[in-house]
Design a protein around this ligand. Structure first.
Ligand SMILES: Nc1ncnc2c1ncn2[C@@H]1O[C@H](COP(=O)(O)OP(=O)(O)OP(=O)(O)O)[C@@H](O)[C@H]1O
Length: 274
């Protein structure tokens, strides 16, 4: 693999989309929306990420797999600004340096993260949860007592349809199944119209049917968003994956289709050795 294949070309005069959150245009004219280059993160001398290179294209659905401790969570922490690396660069589009931004700025600027455990407001209805997520202003009562615009209501209806919860809009979120809570939380992220969605182990604890519906949901989001899924469930990964990246000891061990990576002797060795 040529690590410089997607290297950013600063001389390019692209015609970018305007991203109001950054006051910068988001330039994806070279294909990738996310550039992680030469990233190293050390914890007391131990390299959780070691010269990691990852490029994710606009609209792509990318699955990240790897044994325990491979660096998957640390990689997401770096992209979302929770952890700042010792070395390397992380760009959103060609020109937005994510290492200069806070976790909050990154989230508001178009990179949404779904943690493994759902964190919906259980005492509120599904609709109210989405209503809260529309708000720039997170103050609870202010948000719930204000009038939504027609556009915001339409957007909530659209998201309810996308995540398959239109029939549960008035139900308390606390009464939803585990899978439905996960979809609601994905819906809450969608209310912010993220360009990139990072999803951590979305099907852990789901029933078979919920897993299938989650596969449909995530594949339907690709194209409109870039979706990065970290998951241990190989059958699930196989069902959704186009491109798979295998992390091991903080670096990319292999990249390709599921068949390619599963037949890669290096990958087989790492998984059998687990
Ligand atoms: N804050 C920290 N302090 C010290 N070591 C850490 C810290 N965070 C992560 N590590 C170590 O870095 C390595 C990578 O951890 P990380 O959580 O990124 O792996 P992972 O691929 O997400 O693993 P899993 O699949 O088990 O969630 C592990 O060995 C972990 O113990």
């Amino acid at each position: 693999m040529n690590p410089f294949k997607h290297a950013r070309n600063w001389s390019t005069k692209a015609l970018p989309q305007k991203d109001p959150n950054f006051g910068h245009p988001l330039d994806t004219s070279h294909g990738p929306i996310l550039y992680v280059e030469g990233v190293t993160v050390s914890f007391d001398g131990f390299k959780a990420l070691n010269n990691l290179n990852l490029y994710v294209d606009e609209g792509e659905l990318r699955c990240i797999i790897g044994p325990n401790g491979a660096g998957k969570t640390t990689m997401m922490d770096v992209i979302t600004g929770k952890t700042k690396p010792d070395e390397g660069s992380v760009y959103f589009g060609q020109q937005i340096n994510l290492l200069e931004l806070s976790e909050h700025q990154i989230a508001r600027g178009g990179i949404g993260r779904k943690f493994q455990k759902p964190t919906v407001f259980e005492a509120l209805s599904v609709y109210e949860n989405l209503e809260l997520a529309t708000a720039g202003d997170k103050r609870f009562w202010k948000t719930l007592t204000r009038e939504l615009t027609g556009e915001q209501r339409d957007r909530i209806d659209e998201v309810l349809g996308t995540v398959g919860l239109a029939g549960s809009r008035s139900n308390d979120a606390g009464n939803l199944s585990h899978g439905q809570k996960q979809w609601l939380e994905i819906g809450m992220l969608l209310m912010q119209s993220p360009r990139v969605l990072l999803v951590d182990e979305p099907v852990a604890g789901m029933t078979g049917e919920e897993t299938e519906r989650t596969a449909e949901l995530l594949t339907s989001l690709a194209g409109k968003h870039s979706v990065i899924v970290v998951e241990h469930d190989m059958a699930f990964v196989r069902s959704i994956a186009r491109q798979v990246t295998v992390l091991h000891q903080g670096s990319v061990l292999a990249e390709g289709t599921m068949d390619q990576v599963q037949n890669d002797p290096k990958v087989i060795e790492v998984y059998l050795g687990e």
